[in-house]
Design a protein around this ligand. Sequence first.
Ligand SMILES: Nc1ncnc2c1ncn2[C@@H]1O[C@H](COP(=O)(O)OP(=O)(O)OP(=O)(O)O)[C@@H](O)[C@H]1O
Length: 252
Amino acid sequence: MSNPSKPVRPAGAPSALEVLVRDKRFRGADGVLVHAIDEIAFDVPAGSFTTLIGPSGCGKTTTLRIILGLDDDFAGHIRLPEKEGRTAVVFQEPRLLPWRTAEDNVRLALPDAMESENLDDLFAIVGLSEMRNRYPSELSLGLARRVALARAFAIKPSLLLLDEPFVSLDEMTATRLRQLLVTVWSARRTTALMVTHNLREAVQLSDRIVFLTERPARIRGVEVIDRDRSARDADWRERTVRDLDRRYSGVL
Ligand SMILES: Nc1ncnc2c1ncn2[C@@H]1O[C@H](COP(=O)(O)OP(=O)(O)OP(=O)(O)O)[C@@H](O)[C@H]1O
């Protein structure tokens, strides 16, 4: 008999990403133990955009690596949104193959079943329709990052992880790319978790922000932002950033 208090979810439908890391330590090359994560537990609701924000070295990238299954030497448990779903990652650097065109870099990521996928819409959304045949050396860093975003969304991931995807860009390019990310994510909605140092970026993009402490990481607080993204104008963003900075001192 089903439990009436539990929502019924069709088999295979996406659920939240659930992250529980009770403890994570590294043994450095010099033998010294680094206690990276004390205890962090948070959910990323299905189809939402969550941001992980915290001081340098507090374990954000380590958390992404654990979610990706690249590091299984930890105490805790990860539950992915879909058991058989695909996970896409956008790294700090675009990581494009220099001898492949922009389109070929994207196509290389496609699973066999999607080999002949029509990518016209995707290239149009990311503003690369005219640059599909360019090589990475012919692209600015901002354009290369667009290719990296297109590559991530092309595989129709059930989980999208982004590790500071807009660092080292001038502010104007970063602003354009954040807007682009909202556009492409809205068109191809998926469960997303982004790591950033940038509170303004978090406020612009997220449905919720998870604040971490200094290493060893613990949860400082979780803030839900339920304002429609289209209503997050510059004034509202500045007020929200100031309010969060007051409550989470040192986060700016
Ligand atoms: N392979 C490793 N061996 C030893 N220590 C490591 C290893 N990987 C990470 N660490 C340490 O674990 C801690 C967390 O690192 P992590 O890269 O996750 O931090 P971060 O929050 O992503 O930092 P940043 O914001 O600067 O990118 C740091 O002190 C780091 O030096």
